[in-house]
Write a protein that binds this ligand. Structure first.
Ligand code: A3P
Length: 321
C-alpha cells in the first residue's frame, strides 16, 4: 500500500493545540521548549528537530527577527558566492533578487513540509533560521566533530523593539508602540524571550567559537568591512591578498549597503513579497538601517526599563548591549 502523507500541521496538530497560547498583535504564539513560537511554525520546528541533518560545510545564519537578518543574508551570500558572482558584477543575484530569495529560510520550509528543497541545495549550503540555538537540532552537532557552523547576528533590544513595531504595523496599522514594547519586556514576543534566545547563541559561541560566530548589528554598522572579513574567514573563504588589493571587501560592503539594497527596483514597494514563503512586502525589510532610532520612539523611562531587564538577564555572561 501507499504510505499516507501528512503535512507537519496534520501530524502534530494535537501536540500544538495542547501548548500554552498567547496572542501578540497579528501573531498567535505557542510556548514550545521555553520559547513563544508563531503557531504556524511549531509543527515544522518539531519536524526540523527530528529530521534536519546538517552537513559539515553547512553555514546556518541565525538571528532574532528585526536584528539584521536581511543584511546578514546579503553579506554572507555575497561573500560566499563571490567566485561565481563577483560583487561588482552588473548581473549579481543581489541586484535582481531580495536577500531572502538568495538564502532559504529553514523554519518556513519545514513548516510547509518542503524540506526536500533543502536536501536538493548544493553544498556548501547557506541557510537561515529565527529559532533559538537550544531548539535547533544542529545544536548538539555544534559540539561534535563534523557538525555545521552558525553565524548569529544580535542587536540592541531597544533598536529591535522599534524595528519590530514598524514591521508589525505593516500588517496592523493601528498597533501601538506601547503594546509591542510590553511584549518585548515580558518575553511574549515572537521567538521570545529575547534574552534567552540571545544567550542561547552567546553561550554556544563562547563554548565553540570555531562553530558559532556571534555578531552585533551595531558593530556591523560601525565597521562593515572588518565584519565581512570575519564572516568570510569563518565560512572558510578568507579574502586573499589579491582580493584585498582588488578592493573586493569594499565591493561586498557596497553591494549590500542599506542604500544600495533599498534603492533596487526588486526591493521597492509593490515589488512583491520577500522570500518564497513570506507574506511581507520586500520594502518592509529596509526601513532606516541605523542604530539609535529607538530614542525617537520611546521615553527615557522606557529605555531605562528595557535596559535594566536586559542587564539583569545578561548579568555574569560577559554579554552586554
Ligand atoms: P530598522 O527597522 O531599524 O531600519 P531583519 O532583516 O532581521 O528583519 O531586520 C530589519 C532591520 O535591518 C531594519 O532595521 C532594516 O532597516 C535593517 N536593514 C536591512 N537591510 C540593511 C542593510 N543593508 N544595512 C543596514 N541595515 C539594514
Amino acid at each position: 500500500g501507499t504510505v499516507p502523507e501528512h503535512t507537519p500541521k496534520e501530524e502534530f496538530g494535537d501536540l500544538v493545540a495542547a501548548l500554552p497560547r498567547r496572542q501578540q498583535s497579528i501573531l498567535e504564539l505557542r510556548l514550545y521548549q521555553g520559547f513563544w513560537l508563531p503557531e504556524h511554525w511549531v509543527s515544522g520546528t518539531i519536524v526540523f528537530q527530528r529530521r534536519f541533518s546538517p552537513r559539515p560545510d553547512d553555514v546556518v545564519l541565525a538571528s532574532y527577527p528585526k536584528c539584521g537578518t536581511t543584511w546578514l543574508k546579503a553579506l554572507a551570500f555575497a561573500a560566499a558566492a563571490r567566485g561565481a558572482h563577483p560583487p561588482d558584477a552588473a548581473g549579481h543575484p543581489l541586484r535582481r533578487l531580495n536577500p531572502h530569495d538568495c538564502v532559504p529560510f529553514i523554519d518556513d520550509i519545514f513548516a510547509v513540509g518542503e524540506e526536500a528543497k533543502l536536501d536538493a541545495l548544493p553544498s556548501p549550503r547557506l541557510m537561515n533560521t529565527h529559532l533559538p540555538c537550544t531548539l535547533l537540532s544542529v545544536y548538539p552537532v555544534i559540539n561534535e566533530a563534523g557538525g555545521c557552523r552558525v553565524v548569529y547576528v544580535s542587536r540592541d533590544p531597544k533598536g529591535m523593539a522599534v524595528s519590530l513595531w514598524h514591521f508589525l504595523r505593516r500588517a496592523k496599522p493601528d498597533l501601538s508602540f506601547a503594546e509591542t514594547f510590553e511584549s518585548v519586556c515580558d518575553g511574549t514576543v515572537a521567538v521570545g524571550p529575547v534574552w534567552d534566545r540571545v544567550l542561547s547563541y552567546w553561550g554556544a559561541s563562547v563554548a565553540r567559537p570555531d562553530r558559532v560566530l556571534f555578531l552585533k548589528y551595531e558593530d556591523l554598522l560601525r565597521d562593515t568591512g572588518a565584519n565581512v572579513r570575519r564572516l568570510a574567514e569563518f565560512m572558510s573563504r578568507p579574502f586573499s591578498a589579491a582580493e584585498e588589493a582588488a578592493g573586493d571587501v569594499a565591493a561586498v560592503v557596497e553591494l549590500c549597503s542599506f542604500d544600495k539594497l533599498k534603492g533596487l527596483e526588486v526591493n521597492k514597494a509593490g515589488s512583491g513579497n520577500a522570500g518564497r514563503y513570506r507574506a511581507m512586502p520586500r520594502d518592509a525589510f529596509f526601513r532606516k538601517g541605523v542604530a539609535g532610532d529607538w530614542a525617537n520612539h520611546m521615553t527615557p523611562e522606557m529605555a531605562a526599563r528595557l535596559d535594566e531587564i536586559i542587564r539583569e538577564k545578561l548579568q555574569g555572561t560577559g554579554l552586554a548591549f
